[in-house]
Each structure stands twice: as C-alpha cells, then as structure tokens.
Design a binder for this molecule. Structure first.
Ligand SMILES: Nc1ncnc2c1ncn2[C@@H]1O[C@H](COP(=O)(O)OP(=O)(O)O)[C@@H](O)[C@H]1O
Ligand SMILES: [Mg+2]
Ligand SMILES: [Zn+2]
Length: 507
C-alpha cells in the first residue's frame, strides 16, 4: 500500500517541507531509501526497524520503498526517523492512512525512544505557516516548539506513546503554549558595584550599552578590563520576546538547547579564546553551523587580548559586523545566520603591557609597539565606536568605603535611552544608535548650533576621518538619549570625543 507523511528538513536556518512516501511491495525482502539521503538517513533504516520491534511489529516480508521528496534537495540528519516510522505504519495499514495537517519530527533511539533534534523552533514556525494543525516533536525539544502559537504541539517520548495516541487508545494532551521570560544576567553575581573607581571607563561602558556601540578597552594587565566587560551584560536592556526567539533559534540549529535550557532567555555573552579558528568564529562545517558571532546574536562578543587573535580570523568579522548577518558558503550550499552583537574587545597598549602606566615603565621600542598595534588592522580598529583607556585605580579609590553604583541603577538609565531609540527608529529596520545607516545620520543625529561649531573644531583638531566623524555623532546621540535630549549638545560631543583617543595615540 502507498502512504504519505509530512516532515520538515533543515539547512542552516532554513526549514523546508519534506514528504515521506512509503510503499510495500510483494517480493524479495528489501528496504530502500531514496531522495538523496546521506549516510545518516540510511542508518535510520535500522533505527526504524528497532523502533517497530519495540512495539511488537515486524517489518513486512516484501520490499519496502521509502522516498523523501523533494529529491533534489540535500537532506541530512536523523530528524526524519519518526516520519519514516509513521509512514511505514500507514503503508502497513497499522495506522490510518489519512493524516493530513500533521507533521512528525524526531530521531529514533534504541527500543523506540524518540530523541531530540536541532532546529525544532524554525521547523514549527514553518509548520504553522504552511497551515499544519499538529506537530509531533521529541519531548526533549517540546518547549522550543511550544513558544510558537496557533499550532498544537505534542512532545513524544517513545513510538509506543505515539502509536497509542494516534490510534486513540491513550490520547495525549498538547503542550501548553509557553511564553518565554527574560532573565537578568546576574546569575554569577557579577555587578558594577564590584568595580571601584574607574569613573571614566564606567561612563564609557554605560554610553556603549545605551546605544549598542562596539567598544575597545585598552589598559595594562590587571587594570580591570576583563572585570568591566564581564559586567556589561548586567547593564544591557531586557531582551524582547522577538530577541529571545531569534537567539534561541540559532542555538536550536546549533544543537545547544536542552531540556534544562529550552530557550535563551539571557543576553548571550560569548568570549572565544584567541586561538579560535575562522570557522569557529564566523561559522562553518560541511553543513554550515553557526559560529561564535551568531551565538552572540543580540548579546555581547568579547575578544579578550585582541592583539593575540590571528589577523585573518579578525578580518572575517568586518563584513558581518556591518551587515549584522553572515553568509557561509560550502559545497552543500550556503547558509545565512544573523549576527547582531556588541563587539567588545580588550588589549594591552603594548607588548610589555605597561605603556602609559603609572605602575611600571614600558620596556618596548616604538617599532615593537607599532608591530603590536598593526596586528589588529586599522579597518578593524575603525569598527569600534568607543576606545576606552583603562588605567589602574589608585589606592584611595580601591580602599574607598562607599559602594559604587549598582548595575540595576545604570541599567535603568540604559533602558530609558533604548526606549527613546526604539520609538525614534520604529519600523525602520534598526533599533539602536550604533546601527543608524550612514545616510540617516544627519536626520537622526541633529546637533544644536553650539554643538555644531564645537564638532567642527574637534573634527579639525583631531584630524578625524569622515568615518570617525560618523562614529562620534552616533555616540553623541547615545549620550543625548541618556540625558533625554532631543538635539545633541556640546556635552554630548565631548562625551563622545573623549573616547576616540586611541586613533590619535596609536594610529
Ligand atoms: N576597579 C576595580 N575595582 C575592584 N577590583 C578591581 C578593579 N580593577 C581590577 N580589580 C581586581 O583586579 C583583578 C584583575 O582585573 P582584570 O579585570 O582581570 O584586569 P585585566 O583584564 O585588565 O588584566 C580583578 O579580578 C579584580 O579583582
Ligand atoms: Mg583581562
Ligand atoms: Zn611596553
């Protein structure tokens, strides 16, 4: 008998419908799978057989033919197991032939267990879009699916459970809709109230958080760069539901969600080591998987010891930084992943680390310093809106009794500034000052008369490039938003310019 069942395949972030067709013929016992399956799907034959015997069903004596359509799309992974199983049960007349508007996704384990797969959230979105009414997914992934509304989601633990449900003997309840809730990043108890002194660096961090700006921290070892950056997520605004879904989606495709962490409800903070490969950073693999820049989507990517990174590795960051998405091309096809993140980097000012430090004398020659700085290319350095010099704190600051301002208080100001931006940029496809497109700078970064003439003087004095000028205006916009000013004023310009020291000092 001929049977058809619906499933969904994934390539990168893209889900596509897959139809499983099964037919059982009389004749020599044989099991064939067609439709460009890779070895993973061939292995599914054995898994399906073992699942069937777990519910006491032997394969029919004749020839079994399974086809996955469309045939011309490369399919991979083990997520079709469950649909193949259901389709075969239909072809064998054990299950009803008519199961339209139902989709089955899952890998079969030994003894008929259903195991989790990647990309369930995206697949469920597609199922809903295509008007499907019920989706059956592995219990492990059920929460990912349950955030999508207007579709009934069933979490399945075993084929036995599924069979009893489908024949109406023990009907399962659909998973209740699940509303993700943002969690503040303070689980590891890090807070800005731990950071003594450092008033300028703290205000730089706040300014960067307010507008989503990329920042570079420069200072001698032990001056507190890592300490400051590690606390950045604690002053970033709450994730919206859309952001939670977008980021979770990437983690789902990467196979990084689990029943303990069904969704990403905290802003990501990714700090890859400087030995990371290009593929690890940008994404890669024969079936392109997301890299660190995409795992940092809607959060922070921290490159500590920036000068230690391979220059080629850093070069791959440039384009995705501007585009906020990355395309990875492989023989199997190309995949696109979003990667909108705050780039945060830290480095020493020179090889010995003590250039400009009051603590120790720098022992480097100018040539060594130039070499060190040039490891990070100029165009890379230009991607940072703010350069924050971090000086070691003095003893009186270190031993001061009063407690520094907490992250919660700073975050409140940041949230207010972000709300102004969200309102101003509504419907324009970007949401913070860091991402204002160049052609809209004049429209959204208006200076009052005094600020205009001050900006002109600063521009000349510091020999700014047009690009640097744009960065200053964006940062000044964030300063104005922190203070609730519609037009940029002189204070905002100087707040922004004080964080452009790196160029004049090192380039
Ligand atoms: N401003 C500060 N307030 C309190 N402790 C600090 C401060 N700066 C540095 N420290 C202490 O020094 C340690 C080293 O700082 P770290 O952030 O690792 O420096 P860097 O990354 O610049 O080398 C921190 O873990 C912290 O204990
Ligand atoms: Mg450090
Ligand atoms: Zn030095």
């Amino acid at each position: 008998m001929f049977a058809v069942t619906n499933s969904i395949g994934m390539f990168g972030m893209n889900a596509f419908p897959v139809t499983v067709e099964a037919e059982v013929f009389k004749g020599h016992p044989q099991f064939d799978l067609s439709g460009l399956p890779d070895t993973g799907i061939k292995e599914s034959r054995d898994r399906v057989r073992s699942a069937a015997s777990s519910v006491g069903i032997q394969f029919p004596k004749g020839r079994i033919l399974i086809n996955l359509a469309p045939a011309d799309v490369k399919k991979s992974g083990s997520a079709f197991d469950l649909a193949i199983f259901v389709c075969l049960m239909q072809a064998m007349d054990i299950l009803s032939l008519r199961m339209p508007e139902r989709i089955f996704i899952g890998e079969l384990g030994l003894h008929g267990t259903v195991r989790g797969v990647r990309g369930i959230m995206t697949m469920t979105m597609l199922a809903r879009k295509n008007g499907c009414r019920e989706i059956y997914v592995p219990k492990e992934n059920v929460r990912e699916a349950a955030v999508i509304d207007n579709i009934q989601v069933y979490g399945i633990e075993s084929v036995e459970e599924l069979m009893l449900h489908l024949v109406g003997q023990q009907v399962l309840q659909p998973e209740p809709h699940y509303e993700p809730e943002f969690q503040q990043n303070n689980l590891d108890m890090m807070d800005f109230s731990d950071v003594r002194g450092q008033f300028k660096a703290r205000s730089g961090m706040e300014l960067a958080a307010a507008g989503g700006h990329n920042i570079l921290l420069v200072g001698s070892p032990g001056s507190g760069k890592s300490m400051l950056v590690n606390r950045l997520p604690t002053i970033l605004p709450k994730m919206t539901k859309e952001e939670i879904l977008e980021t979770s989606n990437i983690y789902s495709v990467a196979g990084l969600l689990s029943p303990e962490r069904p969704l990403i409800t905290q802003r990501p903070f990714r700090a890859p080591h400087h030995t990371i490969s290009t593929a690890g950073l940008a994404g890669g693999g024969s079936i392109p998987a997301p890299g660190e820049i995409s795992l940092a989507h809607n959060g922070v990517l921290f490159l500590d010891e920036l000068a230690e990174f391979n220059r080629k590795t850093l070069e791959v960051l440039r384009q995705p930084l501007e585009a906020r998405k990355v395309t990875i091309s492989r023989a199997a096809g190309s995949a696109e992943y979003p990667c909108s993140f705050m780039l945060t980097a830290a480095m020493n000012p020179c090889p010995c680390g003590y250039r400009g430090s009051p603590l120790k004398k720098c022992t480097c020659t100018q040539k060594q310093i130039n070499q060190y700085i040039s490891r990070v290319s100029g165009p890379m350095l230009e991607r940072f809106d703010l350069h924050i010099d971090v000086d070691p704190i003095r003893y009186d600051e270190f031993s001061a009794k009063e407690k520094p301002e907490s992250s919660a208080v700073i975050r409140e100001r940041v949230e207010a500034a972000r709300e102004r931006q969200a309102f101003r940029y509504k419907g324009l496809g970007f949401y913070n000052n860091a991402s204002i497109p160049d052609k809209l700078i004049d429209k959204f970064c208006q200076l009052d008369a005094a600020a205009e003439s001050m900006f002109g003087r600063m521009y000349e004095h510091y020999h700014m490039s047009a690009r640097a000028g744009i960065r200053v205006k964006k940062t000044a916009r964030s300063s104005a938003d922190l203070h609730g000013r519609e037009k940029i004023q002189c204070e905002d310009i100087s707040a922004a310019v004080q964080f452009r020291g790196f160029e004049s000092k090192y380039l």
